[in-house]
Ligand binder design. Sequence first.
Ligand SMILES: Cc1ncc(C[n+]2csc(CCOP(=O)(O)OP(=O)(O)O)c2C)c(N)n1
Ligand code: SF4
Ligand SMILES: [Mg+2]
Length: 315
Amino acid sequence: MEQVWEKAYNFKEVMNKPERLAGGHRMCAGCGGTVTVRTVLRALEEGDRAVIGNATGCLEVSSFMYPYTAYEDSYIHNAFENAGATLSGVETAYRVLKKKGKIKENFKFITFGGDGGTYDIGFQSLSGAMERGHDMVYVCYDNGAYMNTGTQRSSATPQYADTTTTPAGKISTGKVQVRKDLAAIIAEHHVPYVGQSTFTANFKDLYTKAQKAIYTPGPAFLNVLSPCPRGWGYEPSDMMNICRLAVDTCYWTMFEVIDGKWVLNYEPKNKLPIEDFLRPQRRFKHLFKKENEELIPLFQAEVDKRWEELRNKCE
Ligand SMILES: Cc1ncc(C[n+]2csc(CCOP(=O)(O)OP(=O)(O)O)c2C)c(N)n1
Ligand code: SF4
Ligand SMILES: [Mg+2]
């Protein structure tokens, strides 16, 4: 049977589908989180409905000011700790009601969480939901810090980033630890689909991964680099450029794990030095000072090591 993501489509028509995240929400201009949500929801087939869960974070406080919501679909605001658990419960109730013939429409279950809510505080309920095999998608919009409360470091924050809890200055050179690799950890749950993506020129990579995540039966996880101009320190209009530099330096890798098989989706023809990604962002400004000159080669070494590891897994 032809899968949803194998069907031919006109990309212009897809991009012009009615928005399922209405305008008028209060996310900052140029917020990557909003772009992630719009692209993922665009992957829902016409006629299908969704129940959207959302852990607290910028997305939640800015798109759902009770009693108003920016979502065209059903929406549940969650605490960090239970975003995975809540949607797994709703999905179970749906299956029972569907079996009893009390619900006729097709529903899909999609949770959005920031990196703080996903890598750190909500990790246990995400892990449980994935392991129990619920037919749901968990999407992490990873902006690399607890942005809503003023840019505190999370386990997704890159090493050396200047955040309010890892302030770069005379004593500190920013975050000490390297990033947790959450997509790999979720892949080790042996779920049918894991994808890591960000926004490249035409959004096709993320759109197709969202289709696969939503329409592959069983649990799926998407990890999407979603830049934050305020916390990273760059002009909102530079978002696409920052994403491009993230993938062309191999800081952010584009891959899928389909039934345990690792697939590399993008390999730059000309891998750029990590400075190219770091330089345009205020959070890495201190790395370009004379006294910190040894740190960029260390950052580069970590990127290269992870890139090699990923390529080996994908071979
Ligand atoms: C258990 C708990 N701790 C702390 C908070 C306060 N808080 C609200 S939003 C937020 C930041 C969330 O960060 P993240 O999940 O990365 O989403 P972002 O704001 O970056 O989009 C924090 C710490 C909370 N709501 N609940
Ligand atoms: S602070 Fe960052 S993550 Fe939060 S709404 Fe603004 S751009 Fe988006
Ligand atoms: Mg965050």
